[in-house]
Design a protein around this ligand. Structure first.
Ligand code: ATP
Ligand code: MG
Length: 211
């Protein structure tokens, strides 16, 4: 048997950023499909802090969004959740997310997963060049949004068609506010969590840290 030490293969880590207000099956299917296609060891879900494109609406408290993301991903051994964005002060920029994860996983290959709608905003992001140096980008299809690759650097981006799930967090919030069900749009535990804390209803939501 050879005694030559094999170089340890680099960990392949997916990064799924999102507001996750709430997390739904569209997010989970996209992450699962990218995990399988790109043979990722792990997909890290990263709930955002404040977000540049969402400063105009009241986003649910980070702790609630974090906990719903934990509940939704708990049963998948390849899915984990990171607090890097919600523990950082101020607005979340993807560049900071990737820099923080790079520090935690210096040797890993990072794959940033993003839906067609978010991908079209990439070019307006800060520090685009450094972004493409930190991670490979995977653009996934999303019903109702064109996957527009124009203007994106070909080398740094892959595109993947994922099973179409016409679900958005906005719809889940509207349905809950209107008294309509979100069963089967979000994981069962997330339905129950939304009910437990009265999220997305007009009455003030309970805080996750009240006991
Ligand atoms: P909101 O309606 O509040 O904007 P959302 O449903 O768009 O919520 P986000 O948290 O904004 O969810 O999305 C996080 C990431 O997941 C983005 O990259 C987005 O493009 C992607 N994504 C969201 N929903 C889907 C879906 N149904 N199919 C594929 N990708 C999705
Ligand atoms: Mg969105």
């Amino acid at each position: 048997p050879s005694t030559t030490a094999q170089p340890k293969p680099r960990l392949r880590i997916g990064v799924m950023g999102g507001t996750f207000d709430p997390i739904h099956h569209g997010h989970l299917v996209a992450a699962s499909e990218v995990q399988d296609t790109f043979d990722l060891d792990e997909v890290i879900f990263v709930p955002t802090g404040a977000q540049p494109f969402k400063l105009d609406r009241d986003v649910t408290a980070p702790e609630h969004r974090y906990l719903m993301t934990v509940i939704a991903t708990a049963s998948n051994p390849r899915f984990t959740v990171s607090r890097v964005d919600i523990d950082r002060e101020g607005t979340t920029y993807t560049i900071d997310t990737l820099r923080d994860l790079r520090k935690l996983y210096p040797d890993a290959e990072l794959f940033f997963i993003t839906g067609a709608d978010a991908l079209s905003q990439i070019l307006s992001w800060k520090d685009v060049d450094e972004l493409f140096g930190l991670a490979h980008f995977v653009g996934v299809t999303r019903p109702g949004h064109e996957l527009d690759d124009s203007g994106l650097p070909e080398a740094g981006v892959s595109f993947l068609e994922v099973p179409a799930m016409a679900i958005s967090s906005t719809d889940c919030r509207r349905r809950t506010a209107a008294g309509m069900p979100v069963w089967y749009l979000v994981p069962d535990g997330v339905v129950q969590y939304i009910g437990k804390y009265g999220l997305y209803t007009r009455r003030p939501a309970r805080r996750a840290d009240y006991h």
